[in-house]
Design a protein around this ligand. Sequence first.
Ligand code: MRU
Length: 362
Amino acid sequence: MALTYKDTDPVRLSEDRKSIIILDQTKLPGEVVYQSIDTLDGMYDAIKTLAVRGAPCIGVFAGYCMAVLASGYCGLDTEDFVKKLEADGEYLNSSRPTAVNLSWAVKRQLGIMDSGMKSGISPERITDRLFDEAAAIHEEDIRMCMKIAEQGLSLLKDGDGLLTHCNAGALATTRYGTGLGPILLGRERGYNFHVYSDETRPLLQGARLTAFELVNAGVDETVVCDNMASLLMKQGKIQAVLVGCDRIAANGDAANKIGTSGVAIIARYYGIPFYVLGPYSTIDLDTPKGDDIVIETRDPEEIGSLWYEKPMAPRGAKFYNPAFDVTDHSLITAIITDRGILRPPYDKAIAGAMIGKKRGRK
Ligand code: MRU
């Protein structure tokens, strides 16, 4: 099915506000399957299994989760309502530790709950405000992605060869994406980019999802194995690297899908610009540097057997499956955000861009 980034809705609220409809990304590109999620465990599993994935998209989903969960607690007295929602937020946060957008959205919703409590309104009215805030987070994400796409496109030229890693497109956000935003916007404006997508072992977000989005958008798209970046760059096929991010520390170190830092190191060797693209909600001022970012470790079976008819490694072999790595800020040419294109020194640039942008609980 030719789903394009303009009609991709990876996450949306149902009409009756009782559930969240998600596009199950584990089934792509073969099947376009939507699921309705209305329980805490269903929400946790959707994030954990990557049915909903990509840092900004997880944030939007979490905003709706908090509102839907709150609506189930409206019959409780205010104290129990608060306790339930706090516990649910903590549980959702534990599903995936690296992408800050999850805890950012939960915190933002708990801030709405706190201010509702302070003004003495009922759990029903607090819940209405949580639904409004979830919609605001969603709309804000779309606006931020548009801005990021515009800023990123200003750095590219028609005919450029571009390399991307993982999936930072409309599936990972709610429109255009971050890393893919300039490519999709450029395509609309008649640019002809040649895009190489790392397949992105072990979960193949590049081969399955980035290729799906780019092919459907009519972009010239080539999937390559993760170990081919160096050769492509040496051959002069790549003029810039564009990647998304899951958490940017205050000093500019950026966590993204495992393998990203290796691409950055190779790009530096060949003198190719390496751009990290993300909304302000991915910047975490409470994390001073990359070493402070918790890296999610996932099920070894994702390496050992998930994509194979029979295991490719001998019985007894061990697997280590960290899902993210951190690219040192010294390797990043620019961080492209909805608040502008940030350049080194990143600590100062980030602090300036984030003035007045802390939201949610103190
Ligand atoms: O494990 P995933 O698929 O959620 O990892 C996603 C990425 O690493 C993306 O590059 C990142 O979340 C940015 S998405 C705009």
